[in-house]
Design a protein around this ligand. Structure first.
Ligand SMILES: CC(C)(COP(=O)(O)OP(=O)(O)OC[C@H]1O[C@@H](n2cnc3c(N)ncnc32)[C@H](O)[C@@H]1OP(=O)(O)O)[C@@H](O)C(=O)NCCC(=O)NCCS
Length: 175
């Protein structure tokens, strides 16, 4: 089995990613969720895993952002939109795509830590991959202004060093 892993510009690769993302988080699915109204940032890059038989099977969005932690500026690498086609899960695709994304974050020397947001049913998945819960407060921008972001739980990953307490301001839309 040959697998192709591409890391592409986020905007340019949206048409490729769209059918997979809509399959997992289509408008009819998202409108029923507590975070269905949240306005999300667009990724800077996307990790895309394709196979010759199935086409696109897995996606991870990468976000580079200067946030603040306890008022101090810090550059982080975000992951978001992590998903595998429903009928192709459990084959290691998400693990591979997350690894590729982390490799890309580490290649950016300014990145101090990884940051993602997830729902309780995925806590164990990320904890098994060495992500740690950030137990402080997170703020972000929305069209109506600055809000406390508590729709999903923040998880951090040590690149240089990740904080697990304090106050993070995403200084923009969440991911
Ligand atoms: C979470 C998700 C991305 C995993 O994709 P995947 O390609 O199946 O993941 P992998 O095959 O790399 O890893 C699967 C492994 O994680 C485990 N796993 C998968 N989901 C899990 C979860 N929610 N909690 C704990 N373990 C989980 C599997 O049991 C498997 O374990 P194993 O390697 O020991 O057998 C996929 O289930 C998905 O797309 N879910 C819907 C979208 C979503 O919730 N995305 C996360 C947004 S933060």
């Amino acid at each position: 089995m040959s697998i192709e892993i591409d890391i592409l510009n986020g905007g340019a690769s949206w048409p490729i990613a769209k059918p997979l993302l809509h399959g997992v988080w289509g408008p009819h699915i998202v409108e029923k969720l507590s975070w269905g109204h949240v306005k999300w940032a667009n990724p800077d890059l996307r990790v895309l895993i394709e196979t010759p038989e199935d086409g696109l099977v897995c996606h991870v969005g990468i976000y580079f952002r200067t946030i603040t932690w306890n008022g101090r500026k810090v550059h982080v690498g975000g992951l978001g939109g992590v998903c595998t086609r429903e009928d192709r899960r459990g084959r290691g695709y998400a693990t591979m795509a997350i690894d590729a994304a982390m490799h890309t974050l580490r290649a950016n020397e300014a990145v101090r830590f990884g940051l993602l947001f997830c729902e309780p049913h995925n806590f164990a998945f990320y904890e098994a991959r060495k992500w740690q819960p950030f137990t402080g407060e997170v703020y972000c921008e929305q069209p109506e202004g600055r809000i406390r972001f508590d729709y999903m739980a923040p998880y951090v990953f040590d690149v240089v060093r990740a904080p697990t307490l304090g106050t993070i301001d995403l200084c923009g839309l969440p991911w």
